[in-house]
Design a protein around this ligand. Structure first.
Ligand SMILES: [Ca+2]
Ligand SMILES: [Ca+2]
Length: 454
């Protein structure tokens, strides 16, 4: 998408034109710490997601054809999802089915020069394309949120190669881009061949917002398999190369990243990230091919996929299942009620004040929990001035809680606590707020509480 261009131009060293003839992965891979290329070609590249992560979905690209239950193959330079020609970035390729194959346990996206002058009838104003290539997505088929999304990918070297492993928000057809959100796990640029480039794009404060980072392997990552991942939670994204080299952490609170996303894999050529080069400038001569190969894509969930059941977690049955506590002197002002205007269902929990200082802890006690680590999630809208506003959990009435301080959110926003260890089977979880000065503008709305076992 051309709107991604601003970020990309910031990340690319524009003066690296001396690399135009192609980089030299052989010499660079001799640096200390480099993994010999031959070992990476033997078998599937190993990956360990770490303790507490469970495989929720995967495609190993076995067999001899792409799994149509997972993927849709694009066969045009017009993108029907976004309505863009050349994907909004002026890319030189025309995706077609022949250039998407599965063989040897791998997905293979093949780029090649063509004199066919392919062009979608909706894109006549842009002129014909000069390359064929491959592009697939999982929209409407594999759509998930949070967890670790990882792939083992071999990107092709060569100037003008723009392989990418990324996601878009599943609601893009309704809200458009960038409101849908976009997570770029891997983008590769020949001028910085040792880097995994990662980014997030979204809409906030009336405009497109872009955040970017990178992870540097120290030698070219092209022409060998590496793992590229994002660890995505309600509050953060952590991008890793080969499970170890970490870029900067993206701390977010964006609705676009609290919904399902779908996966895209594609091998683009040229376009705005390379400064709109002429097809002859691309490092892919007539009669040759370049391939982006993917050994596997995996999506891991943190903890169990089924949250531990709470009583009345969406507050549809008044305060059933929930208790309240207030310190002496504030009971008369502790307003902890259910109201309409819910996130889901008809009702939600509200804390508010009638201009009187108050404090209230609305919590659900849970007994009989298996020992382990837990996390609490809930959706919140909040405004006003509170001294304390927390989503929290504790293992006894007098125990120190784990908590997340709630910010001001105009829209329903998903929040979660840090992990808490439960060994005695008991947990209290809920919302604790306190306002020492009366303020009629104070409000906090809460709905859809979940207890997650990690
Ligand atoms: Ca495989
Ligand atoms: Ca509700």
């Amino acid at each position: 998408m051309h709107r991604r261009a601003a970020l990309r131009s910031m990340l690319v060293v524009a003066s690296s034109l001396t690399l135009l003839g192609g980089c030299s992965p052989e010499s660079e891979s001799a640096e200390p710490g480099a993994v010999p290329l031959v070992s990476q070609e033997q078998g599937e590249r190993a990956y360990d997601p770490g303790a507490g992560w469970n495989l929720a979905w995967q495609d190993d690209f076995n067999g001899s054809s792409l799994n149509g239950a997972h993927w849709t193959v694009l066969t045009s330079n017009f993108d029907p999802v976004t309505g863009n020609c050349n994907f909004g970035t002026g890319e030189l390729e025309y995706p077609r089915a022949q250039n998407v194959t599965v063989a040897g346990g791998k997905l293979i996206l093949t780029a090649q020069r063509t004199s066919d002058a392919p062009m979608d009838s909706r894109c006549t104003g842009y002129g014909p394309r000069s390359y064929y290539s491959g592009r697939i997505h999982s929209k409407g088929k594999v759509e998930r949120r949070y967890g670790k999304l990882v792939a083992s990918i071999k990107v092709p070297s060569g100037w003008g190669m723009w392989p990418a492993f990324w996601t878009l928000g599943a609601n893009i057809s309704n809200v458009g881009w960038p409101r849908s959100g976009e997570i770029d796990i891997l983008e590769w640029h020949a001028n910085e061949a040792s880097w995994m480039k990662s980014a997030a794009h979204y809409f906030a404060n009336g405009a497109q917002q872009s955040w970017g980072t990178g992870a540097n392997r120290g030698y070219s990552v092209a022409d060998a398999f590496h793992t590229y991942e994002v660890e995505w939670t309600a509050n953060q994204m952590i991008f890793r190369l080969d499970g170890q080299i970490q870029g900067n952490v993206f701390n977010h609170n964006e609705p676009a990243f609290q919904q399902n996303h779908y996966i895209l894999l594609n091998l683009a050529l040229g376009g705005n990230w390379y400064g709109h080069p002429h097809p002859d400038q691309i490092g892919l001569p007539w009669g040759q091919t370049k391939t982006m190969e993917v050994e596997w894509v995996r999506w891991y969930d943190r903890g169990t996929t089924t949250p531990t059941a709470l009583t009345n977690p969406s507050f549809e049955n008044g305060m059933t299942g929930w208790a309240t506590w207030s310190p002496n002197g504030t009971e008369a002002a502790d307003f902890s009620e259910t109201h309409g205007g819910a996130r889901t269902g008809a009702y939600h929990l509200t804390h508010w004040t009638n201009n009187t200082p108050f404090e209230v802890w609305t919590y659900q006690p849970k007994s009989g929990l298996p020992s382990g680590n837990y996390r609490v999630r809930a959706w919140v809208r909040k405004s006003g001035a509170f001294d304390v506003a927390r989503l929290q959990a504790k293992t006894c009435g007098e125990c120190a809680p784990v908590f997340t301080n709630l910010g001001n959110y105009g829209n329903w926003t998903l929040v979660e606590t840090p992990a808490i260890s439960v060994t005695g089977g008991y947990l209290e979880l809920g919302f604790h707020t306190r306002a020492t000065a009366g303020n009629s503008a104070n409000f906090i709305h809460m709905d859809d509480v979940q207890l997650i076992r990690l």
